[in-house]
Design a protein. Structure first.
Length: 211
């Protein structure tokens, strides 16, 4: 039998990076941003702290990548799911199910809040955070255009941007509200889906008025 082909340096580095991310995600979600240290992540991953800093500039950068991966996967899955729905009601049902699942992850909600408050006080990390927020806005804007009545041309881009900001801002507040007990799961879902319905109507009315 031939011996297994040795992995390349690049492959080994990618495996290490993935292990660090998986370990960091587990600890950040379980313990929070401030309570989790690079030393704890290195110990659990059986890697050196130097290995972690060789892949990520700081604990903040590592946490942001954990958050980015979690939410991009969630929004990507949502987009794929919505593409299979044949009616607005079906899309809203899928959206409600997705929303309830996402906002049930209270530890993730608290992690994002912890990280964002810390990052805002660091100019370099704030810039990285705002870049990530811009990416999420772009992804959500595409979902709105494809599924909820917006038209992808210049006259509607500004309206779509406003709708995106409205939904993300409301969604963030409702997620925190559910995590802290201010809103029940039903209240949170109702507020979110009703806002989407309102924006769908507004976007469609705007399209008709511009013709």
């Amino acid at each position: 039998m031939s011996s297994p082909k040795p992995i390349s340096r690049a492959e080994a580095q990618e495996q290490t990076r993935e292990l660090i991310l998986q370990t960091a995600e587990e600890l950040f979600i379980a313990n929070g941003f401030h309570a989790t240290t690079v030393a704890q992540i290195a110990s659990k991953a059986v890697r050196t702290q130097g290995s972690i800093y060789g892949n990520f500039a700081s604990k903040d950068a590592l946490c942001l990548e954990v958050i980015r991966r979690r939410y991009l996967k969630s929004f990507t899955d949502l987009g794929i799911s919505l593409a299979t729905a044949s009616s607005l009601d079906a899309k809203l049902d899928l959206l409600t199910e997705w929303w309830e699942t996402l906002t049930s992850q209270h530890d993730l909600t608290f992690l994002v809040a912890e990280y964002m408050l810390a990052a805002w006080r660091d100019p370099a990390q704030r810039a990285s955070m705002l870049e990530y927020v811009g990416l999420i806005k772009s992804v959500v804007g595409s979902i709105i255009i494809e599924n909820f009545g917006a038209v992808d041309d210049g006259s509607f881009l500004e309206m779509t941007d406003v709708a995106t900001i409205s939904m993300l801002s409301l969604g963030s507040g409702l997620a925190v509200g559910r995590a802290t007990g201010i809103a029940t799961v039903n209240e949170s879902s109702f507020g979110f889906t009703e806002t989407i319905k309102l924006w769908k109507t507004k976007l469609q009315d705007s399209a008709v008025a511009s013709r």
